[in-house]
Design a protein around this ligand. Structure first.
Ligand SMILES: [Zn+2]
Ligand SMILES: [Zn+2]
Length: 179
């Protein structure tokens, strides 16, 4: 009987027998309908993982690359945006893992799912924007300021200039006062 297999569980029976043994694997699996930090993973959480497994004295090292895509809303103008994540993986699986640091080596299998979830969670953008200088929405009328300038902005700008003129006027009249 084989151990129950999940999408990211990998047999390492061939590697645990001999220290120094190495093997490359490539997984293209779905994590499912998942939201991390307010952003949803695209294509039912499809993750592409290309890693090398190596049996070293401490355990099993997993080293390589992870790629996935996400979809969400721009933090400023709320338009839908998509992005991708590509990051390096370098983690240790061992018999007695250190919580928050290494992962569980289950005799002759490893489950890469916790590693994948941790890695994506760390890499997800916190407040993504559609563009670096997204103008956002007008706080007053809700207009998308990337597309058009609304009346509120014009009014606000003119009142700022009025205020500045007043300051300049007050200061110059103050300095013009006779000693
Ligand atoms: Zn935006
Ligand atoms: Zn407005």
């Amino acid at each position: 009987m084989m151990a129950t297999s999940t999408r990211f569980r990998v047999s390492v029976a061939d590697l645990v027998k001999r220290q120094g043994a190495m093997r490359a694997i490539e997984l293209n699996e779905e994590l499912g309908d998942l939201e991390i930090g307010g952003l949803k993973l695209s294509e039912n959480g499809r993750v592409h993982l290309a890693v090398a497994l190596e049996h070293i004295a401490e355990g099993l090292v997993v080293r390589g690359e992870l790629e996935t895509e996400w979809a969400g809303l721009c933090g400023r103008c709320l338009c839908p945006i998509i992005g991708s994540i590509r990051l390096g993986i370098d983690e240790l699986f061992e018999n007695d893992p250190v919580e928050g640091d290494t992962y569980q080596l289950d005799r002759d299998t490893i489950d890469l799912e916790p590693l994948v979830l941790d890695a994506i969670g760390l890499e997800m953008p916190i407040a993504p924007r559609c563009q670096v200088d997204c103008a956002g929405l007008c706080a007053q009328c809700g207009a998308d300021l990337n597309l058009a300038t609304c009346e509120c902005v014009a009014e606000r700008e003119s009142s700022v200039w009025d205020a500045l003129n007043e300051i300049v006027f007050t200061e110059s009249s103050a300095s013009a006062q006779p000693e």
